[in-house]
Design a binder for this molecule. Structure first.
Ligand code: ADP
Ligand code: F6P
Length: 324
């Protein structure tokens, strides 16, 4: 499919993630340095279909590396999941002279990129999601910032929880994946960590653990609950009734998706944005940029989407030893 690429489009899609701006900047500056034109596509696939497309020059990405969110904005676009929507997307690329598109987003966004490639548009995906739930890569843009944001918030809750000798249930993001919960659970020294991949819905175990810890003299009891399990407020009421220990629920919510990216997110996202452009310029398409085994690399999108990711049993098992 690859012919020489003159103009590269870039879009962000799905949930935003801190560091997406650094990736956009990497794409724009790397492409310009190679003599390519760049077009920014607003609001993900939705903006592609509605032709919200504009030229980007070097100064379009000035003063953004430190900013959370995405300057191109993001969206979820049902129309693009249809065959007609995908054909229209490819037609819009041709109409605007876009030979290739860098798609910054999660698995769903990569499926969209795969479809664009099937319609003759060169594509490279860049993994952007705070959930870390993309199988082909050990790093996704925004996870590092999100877990640090959540960790700091949980430290603060722990202070007041200890003062009042309460149990605190803190709900972190992750509808289908427990990576944020696992990392915060370890980093915040939580007594219990509930992951969508592992939770057995046996609340009696939590109740017993709280009572045991009270007997040992522990002042607080922190439970990190992933969004995929949810129901933190009703869980808190049941636990308080069963243990007699005052219990509060806090849902951290979308604060985890915002904020200035960490150094790691800025550097890795920048590198991935540049790599996406380099792959396109080498004539590669239908690829996903990844960080695997300590190196930046790339995979075929079809292969990447067929890979499975699993929470480390070892990391999960040690949380039980640490909390007892
Ligand atoms: P993420 O990219 O973070 O996984 P979503 O799953 O919400 O987020 O996907 C983002 C967008 O990608 C969707 O709104 C849709 O426009 C597009 N998309 C998702 N799945 C497909 C698919 N199977 N085919 C084409 N486009 C898709
Ligand atoms: O970006 C990933 C994520 O934060 C998930 O953890 C969460 O389930 C989802 O996005 C929520 O997204 P929204 O509120 O934008 O629908």
């Amino acid at each position: 499919m690859s012919k020489e690429i003159n103009t590269i489009g870039v879009l962000t899609s799905g949930g935003d993630a801190p560091g997406m701006n650094a990736a956009i900047r990497g794409v724009v500056r790397e492409a310009l340095s190679k003599g390519k034109k760049v077009k920014g596509i607003r609001r993900g696939y939705s903006g592609l279909l509605s032709e919200e497309i504009e030229d980007m020059i070097s100064t379009s990405v000035s003063d953004i590396i430190q900013k959370g969110g995405t300057i191109l904005q993001t969206a979820r676009c049902m129309e693009f999941t249809t065959e007609e929507g995908q054909a229209l997307g490819a037609e819009m690329c041709r109409k605007h002279g876009i030979d290739a598109v860098v798609v910054i987003g999660g698995d769903g966004s990569f499926r969209g990129a795969q479809k664009l490639a099937e319609h003759g548009i060169n594509t490279v995906g860049v993994p952007g999601t705070i959930d870390l739930d993309i199988a082909c890569t050990d790093y996704t843009i925004g996870f590092d910032t999100a877990v640090n944001t959540a960790m700091e918030a949980i430290d603060k809750i722990r202070d007041t929880s200890s003062s009042h000798e309460r149990c605190s249930i803190i709900e972190v993001m992750g509808r289908g994946a427990g990576y944020i919960a696992l990392w915060c659970g370890i980093a915040n020294g939580a007594e219990d960590i509930l992951l969508p991949e592992k939770y057995d819905y046996d609340e009696q175990k939590l109740v017993n653990h709280i009572i045991e810890n009270r007997k040992k003299g522990k002042a607080h009891h922190i439970i990190i609950n992933a969004e995929g399990i949810g129901h933190s407020t009703s869980m808190a009421k049941r636990i308080e009734a069963a243990t007699g220990v005052e219990t509060r629920a806090t849902i951290l919510g979308h604060m985890q998706r915002g904020g200035s990216p960490t150094c790691k997110d800025r550097v890795y996202a920048t590198t991935m944005g540049c790599l996406a452009v380099d792959l396109l310029c080498e004539g590669k398409s239908n690829r996903v940029v990844a960080y695997k085994g300590g190196q930046f690399t790339d995979f075929d999108i079809d292969e990447a989407l067929s890979m499975q990711k699993k929470i480390s049993d070892y990391e999960f098992d040690i949380t039980f030893h640490l909390a007892r």
